[in-house]
Design a protein around this ligand. Structure first.
Ligand code: ATP
Ligand code: MG
Length: 405
């Protein structure tokens, strides 16, 4: 008996009261989208109060598990065997599940005095099943002890557990709980514009917002011909990784060279240039947000990481937008961000060498770490801000990136 079904658990959605069905619909459609590459129409998704059942048909379970592990909102999921909720059927399926688990772990009981500790868990959501949960768990434990030599019960720290979830006249038997990414279903918290550089921090920031249900459109500032095709490709690669959670990412590429040149030529003091450049990035991001119904900006800034990320500079940069600026890694140390980047598989892409649009126009003097707003306004005095932003908006290119495009 091989499992071609997954029982999916989510946690936080349960506490959303009347909005619950919106969350359930969203996680359902996100699961459907995630499994779409395994074959159209093959996969059946059923909502069962508090759980989701995915029937794979003949789709590959290990691939499905990989895709499900990336669907935000999923807390855990288990390959299950579904049977009618009858005592004898539960015993037999549980034995099969136990034997599969032993095989998976490469354990041969009975040889070399091998002993494996186990426990059983029975949850009876369906009270029409005549045996109480505790009693059924005990009976199932005895059955397994009688039928598989080398087992020993350990309720507190077992090597393995066999669980039975009884609901709506059926029983779901499983021994594995695989981790999902947690969080909230993508798309249930509105949309944000992610300022995506080729660095380590911003992809992590994007991922963290996605995990909280925020859909992301990425915006990258490119300084052609000073930054080449390679740095564009790098950003596309990062989007490909993020798109694994969302099927596709809308990527906007803004041309930043003219703005940088104008700033360089202007009366803007050198030590204010980076901050002024960042203000232009935010202005453009805000305009793009309005155009695409996004409600927030997202950046990879972290307090004090570099001199443009002091609270004073953040204040100066924030001044140009009314939108909330989400900075999920704001209080992370660099090594903590690196760890996350490795976990979400953006790190290896981020560390490839590339030219950053800002370092190119880096002034020779250190950047002011405590600019006053007055001085910033004065630094921008000679710039035709509206025209510069309008011009950049007109030249934005938009592409869709899928995980395998
Ligand atoms: P990252 O690792 O994300 O590049 P960083 O530590 O290098 O961040 P900065 O270069 O100061 O920090 O950039 C701060 C934030 O500004 C970035 O996290 C990103 O959100 C945004 N940003 C910087 N450069 C660009 C760019 N070329 N295109 C889009 N966003 C950018
Ligand atoms: Mg950077």
């Amino acid at each position: 008996m091989h499992s071609n079904m997954f029982l999916i658990r989510y946690q936080e959605i349960g506490i959303k009261g009347r909005n619950r069905y919106l969350f359930e619909n969203k996680i359902n459609s996100n699961i459907k989208k995630a499994l779409y590459p395994l074959g159209k129409g093959k996969i059946k998704i059923t909502n069962m109060r508090g759980r989701i059942l995915v029937a794979l048909g003949d789709a590959e379970p290990s691939k499905a598990a990989e895709y499900l592990s990336r669907v935000f909102g999923i807390a855990t999921f288990s390959p299950v065997i579904k049977i009618v909720a009858e005592e004898e059927a539960i015993y037999q399926s549980s034995e099969a599940v136990m034997r599969q688990a032993l095989e998976r772990k490469g354990i041969k009981l009975g040889e070399n005095d091998n002993v494996l500790t186990f426990r059983t868990n029975v949850k009876r959501a369906d009270k029409t099943f005549p045996i109480r949960s505790m009693d059924m768990a005990a009976r199932l434990g005895s059955y397994l002890l009688d039928n598989i030599p080398g087992l020993k019960v350990d309720l507190h720290n077992p090597d393995l557990s066999v669980s039975v979830d009884i609901r709506d006249g059926n029983a779901y038997v499983f021994s594995e709980k695989l981790p999902g990414p947690g969080g909230l279903p993508l798309g249930t918290s509105g949309k944000g514009i992610l300022l995506l550089s080729g660095g380590i921090d911003s992809p992590v920031a994007g991922w963290m917002c996605m995990k909280r249900g925020v859909e992301i459109e990425a915006l990258h500032f490119h300084s052609f011909p000073f930054t080449g095709e390679k740095s564009k490709e790098k950003v596309k690669d990062l989007c490909r990784v993020l798109a694994r959670h969302n099927n596709r990412i809308k990527l906007h590429i803004a041309h930043f060279t003219d703005i940088q040149k104008s700033i360089q030529k202007s009366s803007c003091p050198e030590d204010f240039r980076i901050t002024v450049m960042r203000r232009f990035m935010f202005r453009i991001a805000e305009r793009l947000a309005a155009k695409n119904n996004a409600l927030a900006l997202v950046t990879g800034e972290s307090v004090g990481q570099v001199s443009s990320q002091t609270l004073e500079n953040m204040t100066a940069i924030n001044e140009v937008t009314k939108l909330p600026v989400l900075r999920p890694v704001v209080a992370f140390d660099k090594n903590e961000i690196v760890e996350m980047a490795q976990k979400i598989e953006t790190y290896d892409i981020s560390i490839q060498p590339y030219e950053d649009c800002c370092t190119l126009f880096l002034p020779k003097v250190p950047i002011t770490t405590k600019p006053s707003l007055d001085k910033i306004h004065k630094a921008e005095e000679s710039l035709d801000i509206d025209e510069m932003v309008n011009d950049a908006m007109e030249k934005i290119e938009t592409i869709y990136i899928t995980s395998n495009s």
